[in-house]
Design a protein around this ligand. Structure first.
Ligand SMILES: Cc1cc2nc3c(=O)[nH]c(=O)nc-3n(C[C@H](O)[C@H](O)[C@H](O)COP(=O)(O)O)c2cc1C
Length: 211
């Protein structure tokens, strides 16, 4: 089923979903394939479509990926933990609570999608890196938008990349030649109503003709 959302609504309400992922409801392969076909329409720096999507449905593999995600996420959050006496702004506290929630359930999310690109950017010039990342990001975002219109929630995450080699071993990804770029948890959302996020005023980030 496609939700009755305008293009602008889809673009402005595709949120990072963590707490409202339905962990019980299976996600149909055909629906994921529709989203991936849409992702294939994204622009790419090369005429070769050198992106790959590893779709993980296997429960044991998701649990193992979840362990890597959690291990890295806990370390990341511990390094940024404020002094106990400090009250965080409500938005930051909400975001942290939501990340902790996903940390507890990441292995149970019915689908993990790992977008990959052929060739590694380690040690490459920023221009070469820009081509690789600029090729994978639009495709993944298209996937996430297509998922949103079908009632699926996603969240761009990079925690597991601290253990990319372990994840490559687990999934048989040739680490030397293929770079993982994210882990996108995918599940139907609990309710489909999402609102645009509050953002900084446009004039603080738009520069007309000069910085
Ligand atoms: C490059 C990138 C990496 C991210 N990595 C993680 C991550 O590892 N774990 C996580 O919970 N969220 C991650 N996020 C999500 C952000 O923390 C943030 O919640 C999201 O981009 C904002 O979504 P919202 O506007 O819907 O709140 C990442 C987002 C981006 C763009």
């Amino acid at each position: 089923m496609i939700l009755p959302l305008s293009p602008d609504e889809v673009l402005s309400t595709t949120r990072a979903v963590r707490r409202r992922l339905d962990l019980e409801r299976p996600v149909e392969r055909e629906v994921l394939e529709e989203c991936l076909r849409i992702a294939q329409q994204a622009p790419a720096a090369s005429y070769r479509e050198n992106w790959h999507f590893v779709v993980v449905t296997d429960a044991e593999k998701r649990a193992a990926l979840g362990e890597l995600w959690r291990k890295s996420g806990e370390r990341y959050l511990a390094a940024r933990r404020p002094e106990p006496a400090v009250d965080l702004p409500p938005n930051t506290q909400r975001l942290l609570d939501s990340v902790w929630h996903l940390m507890d359930h990441i292995g149970e999310v019915p689908i993990h999608v790992i977008p990959c690109i052929e060739g590694r950017t380690d040690g490459k010039s920023s221009a070469l890196q820009a081509s690789s990342w600029g090729t994978i990001v639009p495709a993944v975002w298209s996937f996430m938008l297509a998922a949103r219109t079908r009632g699926l929630g996603t969240c761009w995450t990079t925690f597991h990349l601290a253990y990319e080699e372990e994840a490559a071993d687990l999934l048989g990804i040739p680490y030397e030649d293929v770079m993982q770029t994210a882990l996108i948890p995918v599940a139907y959302t609990i309710g489909t109503d999402f609102r645009p996020a509050r953002r900084k005023p446009l004039e603080t980030m738009v520069h007309w003709d000069a910085w």
